[in-house]
Design a binder for this molecule. Structure first.
Ligand code: PMV
Length: 348
């Protein structure tokens, strides 16, 4: 029985201007634009192989060896859109095999903790969408794939691009303009580095979907953030990146992480994603910057306690060295993580 197959990697992206809040929960349309940095696939990535065959009984997905429920509306939306694009290919070329009619088997592996606030769903849905797009030989651009991946997990749309990536919230109700775009390639600022500190590898207690719902429903601070804080920060962050101005980048990154976590605290009941280890990492960064006399490192936290700290390669000793002097032999942290382009190491 013939099996058609394609594989791809997708990297993790860590936002420096956070996406938090949906204006449309079905289409994953955000209440504000966001911006992220795509990290190296050597360190944090999902590898996905998509196959399809008439010998399979039904669509299936395994992640790190365990079966996943794919009946949810998000995954179904991605599969439906990809199949529709494949049907267009089949309609135009009568010799094209009818892959859209065959059950899919998707096998994914993450090389980092899943659902612990390390953007696992971002890499996961980006890899799923691109692996199936490769399998179907779709003539789809990263922008089109970002629109599809967004429906799986909002932040996934940014993992289809490398380097510094924006996600414009868009204005249209059908979400067709809510897509990711490249702000600058990884090569624009090659000495950017990240340190990841896994404060807990446990699954987070409030999922980002539930947390966003609660925030939109009950936080007044959130309204202010979406309308007045983020639009200005998006512009300032794009400028900081274009100018390779690390101090401006660092100040905006830490402020935006704190502002996002403040909106979580402002909900009813309050949500605490950061823990004591997270707060110790914040204090360590503050101390490093104070000793340097300027911002040489920037912390940020997603919907979980794990810290990501950005810094420049020249400051490896001062930033990662300080973490090393405190954390020593503790496992669960890694420095010197580079930025990457989204298609690095891609296989067909
Ligand atoms: O993509 P989601 O639905 O898992 O939401 C991710 C939200 C944050 O990671 C907290 C922020 C972001 O912009 O990635």
């Amino acid at each position: 029985m013939e099996i058609h197959k394609a594989s791809t990697y997708a990297p993790v992206n860590i936002a420096v201007i956070k996406y938090w809040g949906k204006r449309d929960t079905k289409l994953n349309l955000p209440t504000n634009s966001s911006l992220s940095v795509t990290l190296s696939q050597d360190d944090l990535r999902t590898h996905t192989t998509a196959t399809c065959s008439s010998s399979y009984q039904h669509d299936s997905l395994t992640l790190n060896g365990s079966d996943q429920d794919i009946s949810g509306a998000r995954t179904q939306a991605c599969l439906r859109e990809l199949r529709a694009l494949r049907q267009e290919v089949e309609a135009q070329d009568s010799n094209a095999p009818k892959l859209s009619e065959l059950p899919l088997k998707i096998v994914s592996e993450n090389n980092f903790p899943t659902a612990a606030g390390l953007a696992s769903s971002a890499a996961g849905f980006a890899a799923l969408v691109r692996a199936i797009a490769n399998l179907y030989q779709l003539p789809a651009t990263p922008t089109v794939l970002s629109r599809i991946a967004r429906q799986g997990s909002g932040s996934a749309c940014r993992s289809l691009f490398g380097g510094y990536v924006g996600w414009q919230q868009g204005e249209l109700d059908d979400g067709s303009d809510s897509v990711a775009y490249e702000v600058a390639p990884a090569s624009h600022w090659p000495d950017m580095r990240a340190l990841v500190l896994v404060a807990s590898a446990e699954k987070k207690d409030v999922s980002s979907t539930a947390g966003m719902q609660q925030t939109v429903a009950s936080s007044a601070l959130f309204q202010y953030r979406a309308e007045h804080v983020v639009p200005k920060r998006m512009k300032a962050m794009e400028k900081a990146i274009h100018d390779r101005n690390f101090e401006a980048f660092a100040v905006l990154t830490t402020k935006d992480s704190n502002n996002f976590h403040a909106t979580c605290l402002d909900t009813d009941p309050p949500i605490f994603y950061m823990n004591d280890t997270s707060r110790a990492a914040v204090r360590m960064c503050e101390a490093i910057n104070k000793a340097a006399g300027r911002a040489i490192c920037a912390y940020t936290f997603d919907a979980g306690p794990n810290a990501v700290v950005y810094y420049l390669a020249d400051d490896e000793a001062r930033v990662a060295g300080t973490f090393k002097s405190v954390l020593g032999g503790v496992t669960g942290w890694k420095s010197d993580i580079k930025t990457s382009d989204a298609l690095e190491g891609m296989e067909h």
